[in-house]
Design a binder for this molecule. Structure first.
Ligand code: HEM
Ligand code: HEM
Length: 183
């Protein structure tokens, strides 16, 4: 099996978590209670130890495979084409985002006393000067995810120019929801 195929299969497995994760954050638009109830419903699944271990391992694998695929492709071949550049740039941003996002959550949970990594936790970094970093950090994460999937679709024969814009829109909605609820 090629590395690209493993990367694709891992992406399919992670897709379900990502849909639920994003849906959970969008629920904030319906109020803090909606976010809290959905999170309580979902946590037993993604925090179930074997599931969580697989989830974290798969994200680590995606980063390792993605960086290898990007390096193999090289800067010469294909990089001049818009979608190839978008694929690598969005992948690199996802790696940059994940190496901050996942340890931030896990370290907060492991702190004494443990921090509840709920919506308030996610929103805390958006207030004050640090918001200048963290608002684009969140918005770009969803833009990069959608762009990465749009590039995958493009190379399979379906160009979805609108998809990165949907990612940008969803990112703006999540940040608006977080700042609106706790700002
Ligand atoms: C959240 C994590 C990630 C997900 C869900 C994801 C998803 C995907 C998907 C679905 C494809 C299309 C595979 C195919 O159709 O064959 C792909 C391709 C690719 N991804 Fe990722 N990816 C992730 C992280 C990364 C990272 C961190 C990089 C690093 C730069 C990266 C670089 C690439 C490259 C270069 C390709 C093209 C592979 C090829 O066909 O040669 N990805 N990714
Ligand atoms: C704007 C976007 C995002 C926000 C506000 C956000 C917020 C959060 C929060 C609050 C948690 C803790 C969940 C809990 O305690 O139950 C979390 C966990 C996590 N997030 Fe995100 N997230 C965002 C985007 C993403 C993206 C794009 C990815 C992947 C590409 C991702 C991957 C993860 C992972 C792997 C965990 C750890 C799950 C666990 O083991 O408990 N997040 N996120």
């Amino acid at each position: 099996m090629t590395l690209a195929r493993v990367h694709r299969l891992a992406a399919a497995a992670l897709g379900l978590f990502l849909i639920l994760h994003l849906g959970n954050h969008l629920a904030l638009l319906a109020g803090i209670e909606a976010h809290r109830s959905l999170q309580s419903l979902l946590r037993p699944f993604y925090r179930f130890a074997p599931v969580e271990a697989a989830l974290l391992a798969l994200f680590a694998l995606q980063i390792g495979l993605g960086l290898t695929l990007a390096r193999r492709r090289g800067l010469g071949r294909g990089m001049g084409r818009g979608w190839a550049l978008a694929q690598v740039a969005s992948g690199l941003y996802l790696a940059f985002f994940l190496v901050q996002h996942v340890p931030a959550v896990l370290l907060a949970r492991a702190a004494t006393p443990p921090v509840d990594t709920d919506a308030r936790f996610a929103a805390a970094v958006l207030s004050g000067w640090q918001g200048l970093y963290f608002a684009p950090y969140y918005v770009l994460a969803l833009t990069a995810l959608a762009t990465h999937l749009a590039a995958a679709a493009h190379f399979r024969g379906r160009t979805l120019h609108w998809l990165p814009w949907v990612g940008l829109g969803l990112g703006l909605l999540v940040v608006t929801g977080l700042t609106g609820a706790f700002g």
